[in-house]
Design a protein around this ligand. Sequence first.
Ligand SMILES: Cc1ncc(COP(=O)(O)O)c(C=O)c1O
Length: 439
Amino acid sequence: MTAPDIKTPLPGPRARAIIDRDARFVSPSYTRDYPFVIARGEGAIVEDVDGNRFLDCAAGIAVNSTGVSHPDVVRAITEQAQKFIHMSGTDFYYEPQVRLAEELASIAPIAGDVRTFFANSGTETTEASIKLSRYFTKRQGIIAFFGGFHGRSLGALSLTASKSIQRRGFGPMMPGVYHAPYPDPYRFDGSADACAAAALSFIKEQLLVHLVSPDEIAAIVVEPIQGEGGYVVPPAAFLQGLRELTAEHGMLLVVDEVQSGMGRTGKMFASDHFGLKADVVNIAKGIASGLPLGVTCARADVMTWPPGAHASTFGGNPVSCAAANATIRLLKDGLVANAATVGTHMLDGLRALQAKHQLIGDVRGKGLMIGVELVKDRQTKERATAERNALVQAMFRRGVLILGAGKNAVRLAPPLVLTIEQANQVLRVFDEAMGEIGG
Ligand SMILES: Cc1ncc(COP(=O)(O)O)c(C=O)c1O
């Protein structure tokens, strides 16, 4: 398959017909930015129902880590499905789940022995980590961050502080949740260390002094690179500071690697870039190449809740576990390294385009977790939200799928199989699209 290859007006007639049916029968709460209706895919290329081919830099919201239907993953899924599709790890045992827990114990960014709880989604891992933190510490409070996204069920939503539409009309939220600013080096006037110090000082000197006592906080929940919030890479000193703060006060450090984990950043976990070891780590999205799976990994001496305390009928489904075991093998056998190599190439290419297009205020990221922030003016950094939205559309019309992140950034989160040649195509299209939107 080659891409981009756009043959019809978008949407084409077949896509239009499906979208019209969707509009009548599917929940209107979904946010579809453009009319892409997939028929099939291969690697980092997806084809729509009218035969148009796109380079995929969205990966089903950073999920299709090994590309669309990688043959090894399909084989693992098929073999497992032929044996048994479900048994429930809540009440019974099966080897693929144990194998995955063993594997996670060796790769999770947690020091010492590790145990894993199995769920179906990122949101459910947030719920598990909230409950585990409360249970273990016998405290109720949680500190999370503005711009953070941790899911949409009511516990997780109480931590999420991304867009107000996600919370509007659903309150009251879970009590005992406090939000602090997330350090954004691009928007901070000063050094990375000063940026980290300011964010930490808000927690230590404001939040924990005026609002809540440290001994009432069960956990600090943080994304090591903020995802939905704009692919914001914090200073390393910030995450290390959270590690020290939580250890000092007997709080747990819960790291949400749902979007940043499983090789996307060019290391297995974003935490690995910062030398960060958490008490609890949440993982989902890319872990099973698209099958639903979420895991909450924790220090073995923290995950001590008794039988019956927490479980899920479908969590850790055998087919999802088989897909995850195959995914981890592929990641270790080359895809994490590929994410690092192709990611660096993309970042370099985008920084070169920054010299040409005034609208590009910041290019940031690690591996294939890349954010590009658009601003109307590089001095004032006024957010170019309309231009960002126009860029997403212009990329789509030219055959590259991307998504927005935060108020005025786009994210490039392709499958980790993306080649250098495909990255060059993306850069070429990005250049053209920026030209079209007047950047
Ligand atoms: C960092 C992070 N945590 C949690 C979630 C929620 O995951 P899910 O949509 O699988 O429930 C997301 C989803 O985008 C995420 O990016």
